[in-house]
Design a protein around this ligand. Sequence first.
Ligand code: GLN
Length: 285
Amino acid sequence: MKIGELEEHYALELAQLYDENEAKALFSLAAERVLQFSPMKLKVMGDSSTDFIHLQKMLSILNDLLIGKPIQHILGEAHFYGSVFKVNENVLIPRPETEELVDWIISTCNSKSPSERLDILDIGTGSGCIPISLKKYLPSSEVYTLDVSGAAIAVARENAANTGISINFIEADILNFSAKEKFDIIVSNPPYIRDLEKQQMHDNVLMYEPHLALFVSNENPLIFYKAIADFAKTNLKSDGLLYLEINEYLGYEMVQMLKEKGFLNIELRQDMQGKDRMIKANLPS
Ligand code: GLN
């Protein structure tokens, strides 16, 4: 089969689950991995034939995609802020909106005082994409990260080792955590999807991603943010900053909650899709 024909086959089959652009992107990711082609080379190779082994691999990836498996789980990796992270069913697949949060932190730190030694705590490690990216681009900082899931920490440790980045892991539950260290930056992307929003989620998220990392009750959707804010009140240095990724529908509630807890300069930002997605705040010094 020619590569161009294989691409058409992918497009036709994937149309049941994905739109045209998504199907194209999925074909490219699979082909880049299996055929080891760059995206440029792939574009000009439409007329060449795939050998049997490669064809079998491409068809097996397509089968997995058709049962709704995320491409990142099929390939075992996801791209985030210029690095490749191992992912599996124990960690959330890194999202582009979280790259925007990381970018906000890195650009603020670099414009304020580049190469300052900052103590950073990330709450809810997952794949390690936030703490590892922060340490990579703010190398003089000391980065700590915490997760309730030992299985997630194992993945993040592997990612840190693979990227040659050294961070400190803590297995603990933020709902029940105290520490004596003080931090310049506390950052978190905790679970924030309310049960009532479950029906808007893609099946592949519901079936393959850890619910522990995603969902909160309808009754107390800010449960993690309240605990993080309380922790920050005792463990943020006087000029420290709190950064949070948030539920797009709860921007107002988040700002109110942080105000009530005494935070100042609360800045709510939208993501690339124009959704309320992240917050920066500090405490009175
Ligand atoms: N943004 C993620 C999603 O929409 C959720 C991340 C989270 O709950 N922290 O799937």
